[in-house]
Design a protein around this ligand. Structure first.
Ligand SMILES: Nc1ncnc2c1ncn2[C@@H]1O[C@H](COP(=O)(O)OP(=O)(O)OP(=O)(O)O)[C@@H](O)[C@H]1O
Ligand SMILES: Nc1ccn([C@@H]2O[C@H](COP(=O)(O)O)[C@@H](O)[C@H]2O)c(=O)n1
Ligand SMILES: [Mg+2]
Length: 239
């Protein structure tokens, strides 16, 4: 019997009350590609629980993360959560953080992890889906450790869109979405932040054997032809 996890993080955060919290502590839920786990219900009967399948989508600014995420959503039914989009949305709904978020984005910096993780966690918890693309996160070791600490979760896989700087600059400067950070000054800063803070996270997942590197050069469809087999391979297992 399949049961959907009521809250992704009730499974992982012992402080929140849930039948799922009764799962033995030494059980590792988010093993790569595992999306089901045997867990005792309140009456002690074991049943299968669907766990979330989390894909982190990483790459430099303008490497094509968002574009490819839309294609993955269309073909494989994932829910796309862009950390940048969540932060931009927060600027219009939360006056308290509006200036801080906008200033950080303009400066190509990274917003304090606790806020970003909270937004991602909220979006996952309010979704009916169990397959998530978390785009543009984690962007730093601090992002990564905050996510693990707050949610107790780890990604199942990590996609990295590898793109030369000149191509990323070209793409960002011809993107026409009115973004505050689509200008050459901010782009230079974002590239520095990417090298200094984001690449170490990419290396971390590479060492853990979770990284799938995609050559981001080529047409959108050509890039997607490298992405498709990743999800096609695991589609049945994460259904
Ligand atoms: N393979 C591609 N070839 C040419 N242009 C592309 C390709 N993929 C995406 N683009 C274009 O490049 C721009 C940046 O793409 P996208 O927004 O997907 O990047 P991103 O990695 O999400 O960037 P950011 O980190 O700034 O959000 C967009 O205008 C998009 O249409
Ligand atoms: N984990 C993150 C993600 C994004 N930001 C800030 O938002 C900017 C835009 O992000 P995109 O993914 O849409 O490119 C980014 O440059 C950061 O300033 C963040 O702080 N933390
Ligand atoms: Mg994007």
């Amino acid at each position: 019997m399949w049961r959907r996890v009521a809250s992704v993080f009730t499974l992982l955060a012992p402080s929140r009350s849930s039948v799922l919290n009764k799962v033995p502590h030494n059980l590792k839920f988010l093993e790569v590609f595992a999306t089901e786990v045997m867990t005792p219900t309140e009456d002690g009967v074991l049943s299968k629980v669907k766990t979330p399948f989390i894909t982190f989508v990483l790459g430099g600014p303008g490497s094509g993360k968002g574009t490819q995420c839309l294609k993955i959503v269309e073909s494989f039914g994932f829910t796309h959560l862009s950390a940048g989009d969540l932060l931009r949305k927060e600027t219009s709904t939360n006056a308290k953080f509006c200036d801080m978020i906008n200033d950080t984005i303009k400066e190509g910096g990274i917003v304090p992890s606790e806020l970003t993780v909270k937004l991602i966690q909220g979006a996952i918890d309010s979704s009916e889906n169990y397959k998530f693309l978390i785009d543009g996160f984690p962007r730093s070791e601090e992002n990564r450790s905050a996510f693990e600490k707050i949610t107790g979760a780890e990604p199942n896989i990590v996609l990295f869109f590898d793109c030369p700087e000149e191509e990323m600059v070209r793409r960002v400067l011809s993107r026409n979405e009115g973004r505050l950070d689509d200008n050459i000054d901010t782009m230079k800063k974002r590239l520095k932040t990417f090298t200094a803070l984001s690449l170490p996270v990419i290396n971390y997942y590479s060492e853990k054997g979770k990284l799938l590197k995609i050559n981001a050069v080529g047409t959108e469809d050509e890039v997607f032809e490298q992405v498709r087999p990743v999800f096609a391979k695991y589609e049945k297992e994460i259904r």
